[in-house]
Design a protein around this ligand. Structure first.
Ligand SMILES: NC(=O)c1ccc[n+]([C@@H]2O[C@H](COP(=O)([O-])OP(=O)(O)OC[C@H]3O[C@@H](n4cnc5c(N)ncnc54)[C@H](OP(=O)(O)O)[C@@H]3O)[C@@H](O)[C@H]2O)c1
Length: 230
């Protein structure tokens, strides 16, 4: 695992597990599997209605809790709204979690966040599997060179661009696949080829674009909290 040093000095794993859409009954097992194969960062939210399963897994696991940290991250803040949160709270968040994947690479957002030293964290880093992303010829072709899957190439592109990722999966073998990203490096040519996949647009149907252009029209919680077990 590689770590990103946040603007408060804490280190956050580059890969965490997202638990959106995992049924409450299955969540404890999924999070226990993730912790057992090395995940130490879990992305959860009240609206996923499975926080109890996450909590039960954390309670049941043997991972020491001293490393539990209280860094504050935000989600879905765009250049038109991000300055407001900083001004109103007087706290610089450590991450801003936004939709980002090979089909929507958030290049402007990455440049925008740099001077604030706020890390970009990608939600839906696999684009929810949309647009036949796993069959994409560029990703499959590059994967063949390294003995990696298209999913791993899509995730590695983000990590190599210093973007924290939280792919969701309920399958233990895919959990392992999604963190097995640190034994190869994409070349400049690989990166350039993947950059060409960028559509510059939201593909998941979540209101990312509405938040960007008409934030007042969107009524859903944007704050997220993080814990990391060491
Ligand atoms: N803050 C926000 O507004 C916001 C919005 C959306 C999501 N999120 C967070 O971001 C997390 C990730 O996003 P997401 O769940 O929307 O989508 P995602 O991680 O981009 O994609 C998940 C989909 O990809 C499949 N998958 C995962 N690994 C795979 C692999 N190695 N090979 C093939 N298929 C694979 C999963 O299926 P299986 O489960 O069957 O493996 C699932 O269908 C969420 O769980 C949530 O925590 C935050």
């Amino acid at each position: 695992m590689e770590y990103k040093t946040l603007n408060n000095g804490l280190k956050m794993p580059m890969v965490g597990l997202g638990v959106y859409n995992i049924p409450e009954k299955e969540t404890q097992r999924v999070v226990e599997d993730a912790l057992s194969v090395g995940y130490r960062s879990i992305d959860t939210a009240a609206m996923y209605e499975n926080e109890k399963g996450v909590g039960d897994a954390v309670r049941a696991c043997n991972v020491p809790r001293e490393g539990l940290f209280k860094a504050i991250g935000v989600s879905n803040f765009y250049p038109n709204t991000f300055p407001m949160i900083v001004k109103d709270t007087k706290i610089m968040p450590v991450v801003n979690q936004c939709e980002a994947h090979v089909l929507y690479q958030q290049r402007k957002m990455r440049e925008y966040l740099k001077p604030y030293d706020v890390a970009l964290e990608a939600w839906s880093p696999l684009a929810e599997g949309r647009s036949s992303i796993f069959k994409d010829k560029t990703l499959v072709g590059i994967g063949e060179k390294y003995g990696k899957t298209s999913a791993q190439i899509a995730l590695k592109f983000l990590v190599q661009n210093d973007i924290i990722i939280i792919p969701k999966t309920t399958h233990k073998e895919r959990m392992v696949e999604n963190i097995s990203l640190f034994d190869f490096t994409l070349t400049d040519d690989d990166l350039a080829a993947i950059r060409r996949l960028d559509t510059g647009r939201n593909v998941t149907g979540w209101p990312s674009d509405a938040l960007r252009y008409e934030p007042a029209s969107v009524d859903w919680p944007s704050a997220v909290n993080y814990f990391v077990l060491t």
